[in-house]
Design a protein around this ligand. Structure first.
Ligand code: ZN
Length: 198
């Protein structure tokens, strides 16, 4: 690190704090950034700041959005009586890409993991329960097929079943231990169609 100027080291350090960016990648990015035209760097930094400032959680489904409600929740062409529960906004995007799901979503922003100390209160579960008062007919649990995803699915189904709402789990077309966002659209649709009651 001593080979670089103080500012370069600082930039490398900041970039290396991002997930999936190791030191080597951070250095490569830093060198790239200092060789970019100044106005491009200004654009990049202003997009970072503006995005952070304006992106917030949807008042209904908790996904990330620019406005009070996300486009899915504010659409009256969607079936608001079916809620698909996913772990991250990226999982939501994966199902939206199929273009076949007509219901709405709920984004938990994580999964229950006793090992990592993530409990039910650490994910957006209370927000989901608040939505169930209306005319919700089915909750489809589409958490990942990981230990955490399965634990979360069991926990949620136990909470919801007494309310008389149908609770289903997507089929095991999704590979065990696989993240939803990496699964192709056909597999996602098959998993959705083959869902079973919990
Ligand atoms: Zn929403």
């Amino acid at each position: 690190m001593d080979y670089f100027s103080g500012r370069m080291s600082e930039l490398v350090e900041q970039l290396a704090m991002l997930p999936g960016i190791g030191r080597k990648t951070a250095q490569r990015l830093a060198f790239h950034i200092v060789s970019m035209p100044e106005e491009k760097v200004e654009k990049l930094s202003s997009v970072l700041i503006e995005t952070r400032k304006h992106v917030r959680y949807c008042a209904d489904c908790c996904t990330l959005t620019d406005s009070e409600r996300c486009p899915v929740c504010s659409s009256d062409r969607r079936d608001h009586s079916t809620i698909m529960v996913v772990e991250t906004p990226r999982d939501l995007a994966a199902y939206e890409k199929t273009g076949k799901y007509e219901g709405v979503y709920h984004v938990l922003h994580g999964a229950i993991s006793p090992m990592l100390g993530v409990g039910p209160d650490d994910i957006r579960l209370k927000e989901l329960m608040k939505r169930l008062g209306g005319d919700v007919k089915e909750v489809i649990i589409a958490t990942n097929s990981t230990l955490e995803g399965e634990t979360t699915a069991m926990y949620i189904s136990r909470l919801i079943r007494p309310l008389g709402i149908r609770v289903t789990r997507i089929a095991n077309g999704v590979p065990v231990g696989g993240d939803l966002e990496n699964v192709d659209e056909v597999t996602l649709l098959r998993a959705l169609e083959g869902r079973t009651d919990l």
